[in-house]
Design a protein around this ligand. Structure first.
Ligand SMILES: C[S@@+](CC[C@H](N)C(=O)[O-])C[C@H]1O[C@@H](n2cnc3c(N)ncnc32)[C@H](O)[C@@H]1O
Length: 207
């Protein structure tokens, strides 16, 4: 283990640590990336830093408060992204298929915000379906799944069903969880697009 891997001794490893390590290893300067759940902008900021001046970052959130927070965080750090007040269900309208390196989802509610507004299975799955089309071959999804509070278990179960059904000829799915933690510990999932699904498989409707 490198010294930097244990920069906060005594602090437990969390899903965001895993997600950010994955993003740092995966995203390159010049890449096009998307933060599908901008929130307070921490993931958008990291994507901007990793893609650099030659890259491009799009971010989405349905709450004005989140969009403003994200824009402020970026401005305070001299960074820019295209931050949209828009459901991620529509992110397929904002980029060309096969062009995006990484798409980040951090499900749940806005940190320090209302617990009554959170991600929902229908729009989340629609966004993930669109995301698979936008990813370039070699591109990846990074998901942090929070569940069991006000948002219950419906979205978590729908996400796990959707992930389990991804065709292993085209996609690798890695789930990282914490089996010795109690309560409802969030888990991380990483999906890589290993090759472009055939047209026949893309058109096949889910069972
Ligand atoms: C856990 S927070 C994201 C945290 C964020 N990644 C950060 O770094 O602060 C989840 C966010 O998803 C947003 N959200 C909920 N439904 C959404 C949707 N359909 N499209 C886009 N964002 C949505 C919420 O408003 C909330 O800000």
């Amino acid at each position: 283990m490198k010294k930097s891997d244990n920069a906060h001794p005594g602090r437990q490893l969390g899903v965001l640590d895993l997600a950010h390590r994955f993003l740092r290893s995966h995203v390159q300067p010049g890449d096009l990336c998307i933060d599908a759940t901008a929130g307070r902008g921490f993931d958008t900021k990291l994507l901007c830093e990793l893609t650099g001046e030659t890259g491009r970052v799009l971010a989405f959130d349905i709450q004005e408060e989140a969009v403003e927070s994200t824009r402020k965080l970026l401005a305070d750090n001299g960074l820019t992204a295209e931050v949209h007040l828009e459901s991620h269900a529509n992110l397929g309208n904002f980029a060309e298929a096969g062009t995006v390196s990484c798409i980040v989802f951090n499900f749940g509610w806005l940190p320090r915000g209302s617990h009554e507004i959170f991600t929902h299975a229908d729009s989340s799955i629609a966004a993930l379906e669109a995301s698979l089309r936008l990813l370039r071959v070699g591109g990846a999804l990074s998901l942090c799944v929070y569940y069991g509070g006000a948002n219950g278990f419906t979205e978590r179960d729908a996400l796990l069903d959707w992930l389990s059904a991804l065709d292993s000829r085209y996609f690798t799915v890695l789930k990282c969880d914490f089996p010795n933690r109690t309560g409802c510990p969030p888990f991380a999932v990483f999906v890589t697009k290993d090759s472009e699904p055939s047209a026949a498989d893309t058109q096949r409707s889910p069972e």
